[in-house]
Design a protein around this ligand. Structure first.
Ligand SMILES: Cc1ncc(COP(=O)(O)O)c(C=O)c1O
Length: 342
């Protein structure tokens, strides 16, 4: 592998991680953790920092071991009311996994041509049985927001619970939090793994009406976030202004990637509101399309996401926004191959 380093452009992480000055404060505060005691099960100081950041009350927040845990917790908490989970696809794979683990029927509704919601199709399925609905905003891996009008129509549906997954909120800036105040069925999930650069610590949070928070708290493991995770999460959130400077840089690099990948024959990057770009790869260039591109880059030590399983995404790859160096390395390799080089 050249340079001995693997370039990670497959998990939509923040390539800068936690910025040095914030990291220093985390390390200092971790030194004060009493290792012999259980953490605060309610994560009160963290919830208070998150509430301040999100503009809600701490009582409306539940934290978890990554938002992955919270997606599962939501299904478990509402399980007695649910028979099925409706999922517009392609989207984040954990919705399906969570539904399967909870023993619920999974109904996938393909997105339309431009990756918009098939509102009549979804409404039809929601009306057939008590359902949970997952909407990813912006959607991973397509990178787009669904139209507010379509989302509003689905909020008016018969769904028993509607998850608005805002894992990439900081990159796109569109919040659905206000809806959680008036409708206990709408739950917003977010994560500190992306813009906040804290994927290693596994911290996610959700924002919901107190009626739903009560249900969720009943099903939550008492100590689902460690003391270390709570400290690190609280500090990055308190230092949001400093940490989130990385978001502007990643937005700039995302546009750079879209422009330069788009200049390569056979590649069509889609616009994106996340820290990743979905790229359509023509079958007959760069070998045999997306699969070959993924394999060749892997061989060069550059990991990108290839969607083996999805018929709709068979000729696509997803590339996370890396550092300027990583983005340049990717573009240089692929444009060299497109020109017939090795
Ligand atoms: C849309 C979406 N939701 C949730 C997650 C999970 O994030 P976490 O690290 O908080 O479990 C991811 C991670 O890639 C994601 O893409």
């Amino acid at each position: 592998m050249p340079n001995g380093t693997r370039v990670r452009l497959h998990f939509n992480e923040n390539p800068y991680g936690v910025v040095p000055e914030v990291r220093e404060r985390i390390v200092q505060e971790l030194g004060k953790v009493d290792l012999g005691r259980y953490p605060d099960g309610e994560a009160k100081r963290l919830c208070s920092a998150l509430a301040n950041y999100a503009g809600v009350n701490p009582e409306n927040i539940v934290v978890g071991n990554g938002s992955d845990e919270l997606l599962q917790l939501i299904l478990l908490s509402f399980l007695p009311e649910l028979e099925r989970v409706v999922i517009p696809v392609p989207t984040f794979g954990m919705y399906r996994k969570g539904a399967e683990l909870a023993g619920l029927e999974v109904v996938e509704i393909p997105l339309l041509e431009a990756f918009e919601l098939d509102v009549p199709g979804i409404l039809r399925e929601l009306s057939r049985a008590p359902s949970a609905l997952f909407l990813c905003a912006p959607n991973n891996p397509t990178g787009n927001y669904f139209s507010e009008e379509d989302v509003g129509s689905l909020w008016d549906s018969a769904a028993r619970v509607i998850v608005m997954d805002e894992a990439y909120y900081e990159f796109g800036g569109r919040s659905h939090v206000a809806a959680t105040e008036r409708d206990p069925r709408i739950i917003v999930t977010r994560t500190l793994s992306k813009a906040f650069g804290l994927a290693a610590m596994r911290v996610g949070y959700l924002i919901a009406h107190t009626a739903s928070v009560c249900k969720l708290q009943n099903c939550r493991q008492p100590y689902n976030t460690s003391a270390a995770a709570q400290v690190a999460a609280r500090v990055v959130v308190e230092e949001a202004q400093v940490q989130l400077a990385t978001v502007a840089e990643m937005a700039r690099l995302r546009q750079w990637l879209i422009r330069h990948l788009g200049d390569i024959e056979g590649l069509s990057p889609l616009p994106s509101e996340g820290n990743f770009v979905l790229v359509r790869v023509e079958e007959n260039v760069l070998g045999h399309g997306a699969r070959d591109l993924h394999a060749r880059l892997e061989h060069e030590g550059i990991a990108i996401r290839y969607f083996r399983e999805g018929a709709r995404l068979g000729n696509h790859v997803r590339v996370s926004v890396g550092t300027a160096d990583e983005c340049r390395r990717l573009v240089d390799r692929v444009s060299c191959w497109a020109r017939g080089g090795n």
